[in-house]
Ligand binder design. Sequence first.
Ligand code: ZN
Length: 326
Amino acid sequence: MKKIVLGVDVGGTSTKLGLVDREGNLLAESKFMSTEYEFIDGFIESFEKHVDQLVKSIGPDHEMIGIGIGAPNANFYRGTIEYPPNLKWPGITPLASMVKRKFKLPTLLTNDANAAAYGEMIYGGAKGMKDFVVITLGTGLGSGIVSNGQLVYGYAGNAGEVGHTLVNVHGRHCGCGKQGCLETYVSATGIRRTVYKLLADYTVDSKMREVSFEDLSAEMITDAAHAGDEIAIAAFEYTARILGMKLSDVVAHSGPEAIFLFGGLTHAKDLLFMPTAKHFNNNLMPIFKGKVKLMPSELNNKNAAILGSAAMIWKHYEDGDLSTLS
Ligand SMILES: [Zn+2]
């Protein structure tokens, strides 16, 4: 019997799921719209149907050892999704225990950034590393911190909120209710806000002047910067300066061997990495200089979220604590 894991990515729009082996092969995958289910019971029903189909599609001789789920606002210890702004289920949803009851398999739930860190650890560039950090740059900024081979969850199960550390006391308002959080500057949304600020402050020509805030995407800003647009280039420089400085703080807190950058904004490659590395190195304490690698995630593909959730199960299965944790 070949052992496999079910990896799940619950997103605001769609839920993706796939069967993954230890080598990171995606044996079968499927997806359905999360938005259709106002109530969790309907979601679980649809989820079960999709899992049954997936399992049938790969034939016999497989043993599923667990289910790993990545979801926004997930609490690892409690297996709950708590007050998610982008999902329809209000309050606290005990998703892990509901899934576990249905399938009678160990089930773990974590947030997207921690899932990305598990993915990097098992399938990506962090293989063999015991101390590293993954920063996810999507709509927001997430972080997964690994210390001595274990994800840092903190006392209550929600450590690793680098995106909501302070950049500017009187800064931009954040979705979390605070002001001046890192993710209001460094994320796909953050760089769009920066472009609009720069367009207001300067009079130079820019193609982005014709685009509404809603239509402006991080890809457009990247393309504009590649085409020499001064506002777009300045926006990347501004974003990278704040990111580089904050990452040097992350190093001071956690002393990692490497920091991996993951997600949409990293597709800008050198536009983001070169200035980030410059500001990062300039701000590192001398004792850390030359000792911390800053690199792109090796899991930047469309299945990264499924692989990351599956990797969480493999990690705890191999650590021998899967059944005690789930
Ligand atoms: Zn915040």
